[in-house]
Design a protein around this ligand. Structure first.
Ligand code: AMP
Length: 194
């Protein structure tokens, strides 16, 4: 199995690259942001609980996120593995994910982090906001909050995987196809040495 955590700040290109990876490797995409937006759209209780946090650019509480992923992992996936996109975003989530996967005998193959400078992130998020309809993409203060939250709460997660020897970073600036090639190269390395 190939289980990859695609990591990086908002606007790094995780969603775009996930789409290419799921197609190429026949993987299941678990994007917690997409799942929450689906709950919001359907007006579920979970969606209502998540809304205030999402609108403010803050993280949804760990327990809600972890339970949602746990449920998603129970679905019957006929794929060769999973891409985790936007999850885990805290150390507690990373620890919980290890437990969830251990139960199912399917460890994380590796984390691939996309490095993109802040100025470029802000530009990309603003651009996405013109078409995504996402409230959190259209407000400067919310964009700034999300980048701050990323630095303070999410960045330590990279270190968590680094300690397990499962972390690789690549430059996330450039053409989508070139970045995809670099990710595939890293995945091949991870598969060879694991
Ligand atoms: P994203 O689409 O990944 O940028 O996520 C949009 C919003 O959903 C985030 O700003 C958070 O409010 C919430 N969210 C998504 N994934 C997580 C997560 N793993 N932990 C906490 N909150 C999350």
């Amino acid at each position: 199995m190939l289980n990859i955590v695609l990591f990086g700040p908002p606007g790094a290109g995780k969603g775009t690259q996930s789409q290419k990876l799921i197609e190429y490797y026949n993987l299941t995409h678990i994007s917690t942001g997409d799942l929450f937006r689906k709950h919001l759209g359907e007006g579920t209780a979970l969606g209502q609980q998540a809304r205030t946090y999402m609108d403010a650019g803050q993280l949804v509480p760990d327990r809600l996120v972890i339970d949602m992923v746990d449920e998603k992992l129970d679905e019957d996936h006929q794929s060769k593995g999973i891409i985790f996109d936007g999850f885990p975003r805290t150390i507690a989530q990373a620890q919980a994910l290890d437990e969830l996967l251990e139960k199912r005998k399917m460890p994380i193959t590796g984390m691939i982090a996309l490095d993109v400078p802040d100025e470029e992130l802000v530009q990309r998020i603003r651009e996405r906001g013109k078409t995504s309809g996402r409230v959190d993409d259209q407000d400067e203060a919310k964009i700034a909050t999300r980048l701050e939250v990323y630095r303070s709460e999410t960045l330590p997660v990279a270190n968590y995987y680094q300690k397990q020897g499962k972390y690789v970073a690549i430059n996330g600036v450039g053409k989508i196809e070139e970045i995809f090639q670099k990710i595939m190269h890293e995945i091949n390395q991870l598969q060879t040495y694991r």
